[in-house]
Write a new protein. Structure first.
Length: 343
């Protein structure tokens, strides 16, 4: 499903509900603002409704649109829960005052501390590792760390997304957190020097670049490749995937960089109790397994089984850096991108 260009309102009920504004406080209702754009999430919502009797009214849009809307609505906002992708957006929502703290033993116990806000304003519910993929016919000694991507040995071989993409920003923000701004600037310049083409496209396009021969090395979140294992993805047939290898970077160091999908209770949630119930449901084994089975993500809750497509990628050491700290480095990351000419 493509990311909507405008805000859409739907209701997850047994019957079709006409598009239109949603009510604020209503018994048995939950108003969800979501920038997750996956058809497979429908199962999460319908299962929650079946288990609780709480109907989910959903508004979809880009994260920045939703945060701005919640700001504009102020105390009159009908939003109960905000769901979005990437820690920087969760931190932005917190900084703009559109979330509130939640006191939940369930969330505190099940979600690891480094995957939740220190003030309990947001919690991570699924993860994606951002790893190195490479053409096995072209690369016999693939990069083993993120730092290696800047090695002159890989000049003209690396493809990556643009500097305006949030995945690019948080990866560089993580480098800043681990190594400092000076080292991060040197790294970014080295990667730019090794570009095979100008930054373009999404993560799937980086993988397709390996198939087309435009790239020998690329960076992508794991769930894009795992999805191609599970189901047909245009440009990534099985015979082409057989020529693609992957490396979970920095396994002898900080570990593989993780992107987070999560959410929090809206600051003025009219159905606050239902909102907390929904977040607690997202931390349940049932929901956590579906994040993996339905969207090829890694669960946030330790010990939850992986889907076969995700498990096929293998075990690895994730970076357990404080993602709130990483998110605070995003402005510095963007300045570095501008300085080194990462388009």
């Amino acid at each position: 499903m493509s990311r909507p260009s405008c805000l859409l309102t739907t209701a997850i009920t047994a019957a079709t509900v006409a598009l239109g504004p949603i009510a604020a406080a209503a018994e048995g209702q939950l108003n969800l603002y979501s920038s997750r754009h996956y058809d497979t999430d429908e199962r999460l919502y319908s299962d929650f409704t079946e288990a609780t009797g709480i109907t989910i009214n959903r508004i979809e849009g880009k994260a920045d649109e939703l945060i701005a809307r919640m700001q504009a609505e102020g105390a009159n906002s009908p939003a109960d829960v905000l769901l979005t992708v990437d820690t920087s957006r969760l931190e932005r929502a917190k900084g703009e005052g559109v979330l509130q703290s939640v006191d939940s033993d369930t969330l505190e116990t099940r979600i690891p501390a480094y995957l939740q806000d220190s003030d309990n304003q947001w919690f991570g519910f699924s993860q994606r590792a951002r790893i190195i993929f490479y053409n096995k016919a072209e690369v016999t000694n693939p990069p083993q760390t993120y730092a290696d991507l800047a090695d002159p040995a890989y000049e003209g071989m690396v493809c990556h997304r643009s500097s305006t993409n949030v995945y690019s920003q948080t990866l560089l923000a993580s480098v800043i957190e681990h190594a400092g701004e000076d080292a991060a600037r040197d790294w970014a310049q080295g990667v730019v020097n090794n570009f095979a083409r100008k930054p373009q496209g999404g993560d799937t396009d980086q993988l397709r670049g390996l198939v087309s021969g435009e790239c020998a090395i690329s960076i992508s979140n794991t769930y894009y490749f795992a999805r191609a294992i599970r189901t047909e993805v245009d440009g990534l047939p099985a015979d082409a995937r057989a020529n693609i290898g992957w490396v979970f970077p920095s396994q002898n160091g900080e570990g593989a960089h993780m992107n987070l999908s999560g959410g929090g209770v809206a600051a003025h949630a009219p159905n606050r109790d239902n909102a907390v119930k929904f977040l607690e449901y997202l931390a349940s084994d049932q929901a956590q397994q579906y994040f993996s089975a339905g969207n090829d993500e890694y669960p946030a809750v330790p010990g939850v089984a992986l889907s076969p497509s995700v498990a096929q990628l293998g075990l690895f050491k994730p970076d357990d850096v404080d993602l709130s700290a990483v998110a605070k480095n995003v402005p510095a990351a963007q300045r570095i991108f501008n300085t080194v000419g990462w388009e």
